[in-house]
Each structure stands twice: as C-alpha cells, then as structure tokens.
Design a binder for this molecule. Structure first.
Ligand code: SAH
Length: 432
C-alpha cells in the first residue's frame, strides 16, 4: 500500500499566517465569530484564602472555592474571577455542572476572550511543536490546560486535524475554534471527536462529526521510520497513542534480535516499532479484534514478513497466566494497559490490577530480559507505581533495575503550574 508521505505543512501555514496578518486581520479572518451576550463579564467571587492556587497560576477553580456567582452566566460563558476584596485574579470559563466550576483562560486582566484569543493561543501552541516535527507527520498540537487552552485537544495526523472539546468553556467557543483551524490549516480536513466521558460531567452530550473535508477511513502516518494506519473516526482517543512516541522509540532501540510481547497492543504501535528496530518476532496481544486487524494491516503496510508477527485476541490477565504454565518466554515485554484508575475510590483495585499483570509479565521474561511497563493514570503516582512493580517482582521471584524512566512525549507537555497534566509514566526495567 502506498502512504501519502507528505511533508508536515502545518507550520508553514502557521508562520505564513503570523507574517501575513496582524492581530486585527486575525479577528477579521476568524470565521464565524460568536459575539458576547452581555458586555460586562459576570463574576465568580472566591472564598477567602482559596485564591492561593490562582495566584500560583493553577487554572482550576473548584466549586467549593466559589463564594458567589454574580451576573447569571450561562454554561461556558466567560467570567471574571475576583477575590473577596475585589482583587482581579483571572478570567475563566464557567462550568455550572462540574466540580471544576471555572477554568482559567487568562491571568492577564487586559486580555480579551474572543475569536482572536483562540487563534492566537492555537498558533502559539502549534509553534511550540517545531522540535518534534522531525519524528514524523503526526503530532498533538494542543494539550489542553498545559497549552493554555483548558478543554481543547488538537491532534494532527498528516493533513487531518482531529479535535476534542472537553469542557463547557470550549463548547461555548466551538465556532471560534473551528474558525481558527480553518484559518491556520486551510488545506486540512477537520474531524470533531468530542465523544469522551468527561463531557457528561460538564453537562455536554457526545458529538462526533466531520467538520470539513473528506476523512479517509484510515489516515496513513509515519513516525521514526515506521508507518501506521490510524482510524481517526472510530479509534481510541483521536485514533492513536501519540503520547507514547518516545517510548516506542525506546522499545525500537532495545528490540534488535529479540522475541517481543506487546501486551495491550491496540493497533500494534509498540510491536511495529519493535519490528522496525529489528525484533526477531513480535506477539501482539489485545482484547479487541478490530484493533488487532489494524495491527495486521500495519504490518503489511510496513512490509514486515508475515512470519514476523502474531496477533492474539483475548484477556491478557488470563493468557499471561496460561503462558506461564506452558513455560512460554519472551526477551522483551511491553505492558501498556488501559487506565485502571479513574477515581480515587478505584485506586486500590487498580493497584491490584497493575500488580497482577506485572507479576504475570515478569514470570515470562528470560534472564536479561526487559520490561517496559506503563500506567496512563494521572492518579497513579510515580512512587506508588514503582512500588507496585517492585512488589510484583518480589512475588515473581525476580530482581531487576530501572534503566530508564519514560513519560509522555514532548508534544503532550506539562505546564509548570499544572502538575495534573502529567499522566503517563513508564519504567524500563532490566530483569536479572
Ligand atoms: N499500547 C497501545 C495502547 C493501549 S490502549 C498503543 O501504544 O497503541 C489499551 C488496550 O488494552 C486497548 O486496545 C484495549 O482493547 C486493551 N485491553 C483492555 N483490557 C484488556 C484485557 N483484559 N486484555 C487484553 N487487552 C485489553
């Protein structure tokens, strides 16, 4: 199959836009604009003492920190955030149904929230990705709070933009976001994948819609020399785990000549990277048959020999135990399970799940083997995750050492003021 290995044109548009127009031009070109319903922004008055996090530039305002809502804002509308003494703190969006009642747009009292604001922020955010362009033609261009745009995810796969609106504030400015994307990337197709559960917490229904252009059933991308087909309309998240780019490269570098198990493979990302790195053989294991079918198509697209890869569909917890009984072994195992933790209440159960699967994987590793183990839950702290893997090794009767700590790729940055933006952690463990 032939992939459109086109250059990553986005930034030339971005730069052209930057040069070609001043701020006024931006306003004129962002289409369509949503005019404000009222001239003076309504206000959130913060409980005394609770303004501290805002002074530290943390962008969330919990409902418990709001003493008074003045001016009857509608869902998503812009509000000024003031202290008890009338001190101006921030300008935010209003989410009446969420525990996070406000999300800060700006800490600059002079900055107006309008279509120009969103165009400017998206442009800045995309501009910060320059260094990551060389890896391939798929990048996250906006990573929500950490890029100053709470509730907006924007990924670009070749010439296809996929965005998610996660909050009432972003929903309110939907037309402006689309206008900015049309303006900055005029040749790109645009798909909205606002089909994530968190929208319910904001009182928003799911929405998946083609906003502009033709969206191919699968978009062909390339990353560090490997091709991947991405199902942007039906796949997980916006279609692909872009956040694992650096770790795919780490696996590729360690995979030469090895027997590899990619557990929770989804469409095969880590396994294909391993084959690209010269792995002797890869087993892709996942509970989803369609994901594995795409992994198979990805193998073909890269020209890797049919015998170089197997797919196994089923429950990883059960299958790894079966393989232990059958004395099956591997040299390198990737464990990248789905998020087991989505609330503090589920943390204990999740810890047992992580320990169970790590224990099973460690038992299958040959001496000198490597385990790449991940947790994509922000609620799982680094130290706790390390302890779980350590406990699993103890129970498996294995010892090992961490040789690299892994994290989300740099196009998924973490704002210094927003530690919650760090969610993905991984350990590369060399096992005795
Ligand atoms: N590693 C992948 C992403 C994994 S997402 C990548 O880098 O692209 C988590 C995957 O786990 C999903 O594909 C889901 O189908 C699979 N999954 C969830 N529960 C499972 C189970 N019990 N056994 C096997 N796979 C499971």
């Amino acid at each position: 199959m032939i992939f459109p290995v086109d250059a990553f044109h986005g930034f030339s548009y971005v730069l052209r836009s930057l040069r070609a127009c001043d701020a006024q031009d931006f306003t004129a070109r962002v289409i369509p604009m949503r005019s404000k319903e009222i001239i003076v922004d309504p206000q959130l008055i913060i409980v005394a003492g609770r303004e501290k996090s805002l002074l530290r530039r943390h962008p969330w305002i919990f409902s418990g920190a709001v003493a008074t809502v003045k001016g009857r804002p509608v869902s998503g509308q812009t509000v000024d955030v003031l202290g008890q003494n009338g001190q101006w703190l921030a300008r935010a969006s209003f989410s009446p149904k969420s525990q996070i009642m406000g999300r800060v747009w700006t800490f600059d009292a002079e900055e107006v929230i309008d279509g120009d604001f969103f165009l400017r922020r998206i442009l800045q955010s995309a501009g910060r990705r320059k260094d990551f362009e060389s890896a391939g033609n798929a990048l996250r261009l906006v990573h929500s709070e950490s890029d100053g745009l709470p509730g907006l995810i924007l990924d670009r796969y070749a010439g296809v933009l996929v965005f998610q609106l996660l909050t009432a504030g972003m929903e309110f400015w939907r037309d402006a976001i689309i206008g900015a994307l049309r303006n900055l990337f005029p040749e790109d197709a645009i798909l909205e994948r606002s089909d994530v559960d968190v929208r319910a917490k904001e009182g928003l229904a799911a929405r998946t819609v083609v906003v502009h252009g033709q969206i191919p059933e699968q978009v062909g991308i390339h990353e560090n020399g490997v091709k991947y087909l991405v199902d942007v309309q039906g796949g997980h998240k916006t279609g692909f785990y872009l956040d694992q780019r650096d770790s795919r490269l780490a696996v590729a570098r360690a995979a030469g000549g090895r027997e590899v198990l990619n557990c929770f493979s989804y469409t095969g990302g880590f396994g294909l990277a391993a084959l690209g790195g010269g792995a002797a053989h890869v087993t892709q294991l996942d509970a989803s048959a369609p994901a594995l079918a795409l992994a198979e198509r990805n193998r073909e697209a890269n020209g890797f020999a049919p015998g170089s890869m197997d797919t196994v569909c089923g429950d990883a917890f059960q299958i790894l135990r079966d393989w232990h009984r059958e004395k099956r072994t591997f040299d390198l195992i990737v464990l990248d399970p789905p998020k087991f933790v989505d609330s503090k209440a589920s943390l204990n159960r999740a810890c047992r799940g992580y320990k169970d699967i790590n224990l099973s994987a460690l038992r299958l590793l040959n001496p000198g083997g490597r385990l790449f183990t991940f947790s994509c839950s922000g609620l799982m702290e680094d130290a706790l995750f390390q302890k779980i893997v350590s406990d699993a090794a103890l129970d498996a009767g294995r010892t090992g050492r961490i040789i690299h700590r892994l994290t989300q790729a740099g196009d998924h940055p973490v704002s210094l003021a927003f530690p919650e933006g760090a969610y993905l952690k991984g350990l590369e463990v060399l096992v005795d």
